[in-house]
Design a binder for this molecule. Structure first.
Ligand SMILES: Cc1cc2nc3c(=O)[nH]c(=O)nc-3n(C[C@H](O)[C@H](O)[C@H](O)COP(=O)(O)O)c2cc1C
Length: 442
């Protein structure tokens, strides 16, 4: 006979918590894995776990209103005849037309252009809205080759060869049938209304030697003018960065596991890849070991939200950052003003991530013409430009407080870590000590 103490409250398992139980039941009822958009939702060590030290007597701060703090960045100085110059080191990451509406792509182009930065195409090709409204447009060359053509390579200002993404290193993309409109199908040369799965690896090469040949091909097609980036998901950042440099990259784009995606299996998003914070120092180390730091530029992405995040990524050695999720929020994604509609979809503002279903009330992750028309690309572009301006000002404020007249002059020495994990990953001392795990002595 079992004994139950009536005074003991029922106790739930930490291992089998409510979310786990719900997922087991969902899987048992449907027999299909969960697909969603956005990045990891679990808490991992991040830029919040770092603080700037600021200047006082041993360091001399700069005066905000009188002393300049430069934010410009030049990308593609290694081989490209026409490197690109941006006024702010905050770029807009590649997000596909198909995943996003034409209006959303236009808004990103408009906002980036006002702010003096670049935007990027995605798995699905270049739209005229985006090209027309983006002063500096980076064209992605992806394993799927959807929408790829030499004419658009030449219309771009830079080319990004996508090897992987932080949300799913080793995985391909998904665009479900609901979002394959006539236009999306036409651009991808695939039938309308049928689920599309992008390849997880490029059909044209198997390793860095063939990648080098592919890059030469892309350079020939574009007359050696355009900077060529290589984008990798954060998994083995030291070796991937070194191999990207060997293959001939002008710029390495490194996307950590917090990086957003349009649609991927939840189990993939939550269990594959390394936190952005842990990716930066090994990548910088690889560049330094090859004598290429600042010669091959490093763009970091995955969970960047504020000027403080930008400044921290740069202090750890990045030349620039890219934002995806935050840019979508700035143009109107998950806006509480659509709460009644999020409720009808069984979710709430701030948690809506079924982007693959194409029912986005904000008109951003949809191809439904009525929903897409809700997003005014001009007003949304202005919001993005405002947000980029604020982030740039924030990063400048921090850099000046550290006595730096350019964001690139921020350095690991300007930082301390709040936790042992962050200290180990960022290789900056735990606050109040001169030590981090892995470093000998105190
Ligand atoms: C809606 C959406 C669509 C995306 N589509 C692509 C894509 O087509 N190609 C790609 O390389 N990355 C894609 N990404 C990933 C972004 O380029 C970037 O790596 C990521 O969003 C950065 O992290 P963040 O969202 O935390 O800023 C997508 C991300 C989102 C949110």
């Amino acid at each position: 006979m079992s004994y139950h103490n009536p005074h003991t409250p029922p106790r739930k398992s930490a291992t089998f918590d409510d979310a786990t139980l719900a997922e087991i039941r969902r899987a048992a009822a449907t027999g299909i894995y969960d697909i969603r958009g956005a990045g990891t939702k679990r808490k991992v060590p991040h830029f919040d776990d770092l603080l700037f030290l600021g200047a006082s007597i041993s360091r001399y701060p700069l005066e905000g209103y009188r002393e300049k703090c430069d934010t410009t960045v030049v990308l593609g100085t290694r081989f490209a005849k026409k490197p690109i110059t941006l006024k702010t080191p905050i770029t807009i990451a590649g997000m596909s037309f198909g995943a996003l509406s034409g209006n959303a792509k236009e808004a990103l182009g408009r906002g980036a252009t006002i702010a003096g930065t670049s935007t990027t195409t995605g798995d699905g090709g270049m739209t005229n809205e985006e090209r027309g409204h983006s002063q500096t447009l980076v064209y992605q060359y992806l394993p799927s080759r959807y929408g790829m053509n030499p004419r658009d390579l030449r219309r771009a200002d830079a080319i990004e060869v996508v090897v992987g993404q932080g949300a799913k290193p080793g995985g391909g993309g998904m665009l479900l049938g609901q979002k394959i409109s006539d236009r999306v199908a036409n651009m991808r040369n695939l039938p309308k209304g049928i689920d599309q799965r992008s390849a997880c690896r490029h059909p044209d090469w198997t390793g860095p030697d063939d990648l080098e040949i592919k890059i030469l091909e892309l350079r020939e097609i574009t007359d050696w003018e355009k900077p060529i980036y290589i984008k990798v998901g954060g998994a083995r950042p030291y070796y991937d960065t070194a191999l990207a440099v060997k293959a001939g990259a002008d710029v390495v784009v490194l996307d950590g596991m917090q990086g957003g995606t349009a649609a991927t299996q939840d189990v993939f998003i939550e269990n594959v890849g390394m936190p952005t914070l842990a990716c930066i120092r090994p990548a910088v180390q690889a560049l330094q070991d090859l004598g290429m730091h600042r010669k091959v530029q490093l763009i970091v992405s995955g969970g960047i939200r504020s000027g403080a995040d930008v400044a921290k990524a740069m202090a750890l050695g990045a030349d620039a950052v890219a934002i995806g999720t935050a840019a979508l929020v700035a143009i109107g994604d998950n806006d509480p003003k659509w709460e009644a509609e999020y409720q009808k979809l069984g979710t709430t503002a701030g948690a809506y991530d079924d982007w693959h279903e194409g029912k986005d009330p904000a008109g951003i992750t949809t191809q439904d013409p009525e929903l897409a028309a809700r997003l005014d690309p001009i007003a949304a572009g202005r919001r993005l430009a405002n947000y980029l301006k604020v982030m740039t000002l924030e990063a400048q404020t921090i850099a000046r407080a550290c006595g730096k007249n350019h964001l690139h002059n921020l350095e690991p020495e300007d930082l301390c870590a709040l936790t042992m994990e962050a200290a180990a990953m960022a290789q900056v001392p735990l606050a109040g000590t001169s030590w981090y795990p892995g470093k000998a002595g105190f």
